[in-house]
Design a protein around this ligand. Structure first.
Ligand SMILES: Cc1cc2nc3c(=O)[nH]c(=O)nc-3n(C[C@H](O)[C@H](O)[C@H](O)COP(=O)(O)O)c2cc1C
Length: 184
């Protein structure tokens, strides 16, 4: 079994990005166990607060990431970049003494209301993972634009995007398999 942690970059209940992760779960191979997380209740990062003790949402998500074989993040872009809530989560996790994204296999995808599928936000997110020393899948990319047309009743209904998702899952699965069979 491969444990996949799917993290949404959008907190709203009707989020297209969360819906995209649900679609990934329905398309995943039978040996994937996909858990979906919408990371709410993270205080804004403040080093003074950190010194008082790690907030439980931080330590709990860190543990889930450590236990996962791969992490998939689907995010919108806000003002051409990473939504503040998601960036805040990453900032907290990055300060832990045993940062959970280090060496972790990560996949990034995104949905936007406009045409470009949050690609600018996705690129900024890739840049963060470079600093965090994660292994990020480069291609295939899942870039879902025009969300209102691409989804129907919360399900991805755009054939090109479904095909991209299929290829993404296969590529991520191969990366996870390659890491698990590596001789230390
Ligand atoms: C604060 C904010 C900033 C946004 N900035 C962008 C943007 O830069 N580019 C874009 O394509 N869409 C932008 N949007 C629109 C989002 O693509 C749209 O709200 C999308 O549905 C958000 O994803 P979600 O459905 O997963 O919540 C923005 C939305 C918000 C709330």
């Amino acid at each position: 079994m491969s444990k996949i942690l799917a993290i949404s970059g959008s907190l709203r209940a009707e989020s297209y990005n969360t819906a995209l992760l649900r679609t990934m779960k329905t398309m995943a191979p039978s040996h994937w166990e996909v858990a979906l997380v919408v990371p709410k209740a993270f205080p804004v990062y403040d080093e003074d607060l950190q010194k008082q003790g790690w907030p439980s949402p931080v330590t709990e998500l860190a543990q889930s990431i450590r236990e996962a074989d791969g992490v998939v993040i689907s995010t919108p872009e806000y003002n051409y970049s990473i939504p503040g809530g998601l960036k805040n989560v990453i900032d907290w996790l990055s300060r832990l003494p045993d940062p959970p994204f280090k060496g972790k296999q990560v996949g990034i995808m995104g949905v936007s209301a406009g045409r470009l599928g949050a690609i600018r936000g996705q690129l900024h997110l890739r840049q963060c993972f470079q600093f965090l020393e994660s292994h990020v899948l480069s291609r295939p990319e899942v870039i879902v634009g025009n969300a209102a047309q691409a989804f129907e009743n919360g399900t991805l209904n755009d054939s090109a995007s479904v095909e991209a998702m299929r290829a993404f899952i296969a590529a991520l699965d191969a990366c996870i398999e390659a890491i698990s069979t590596q001789v230390p």
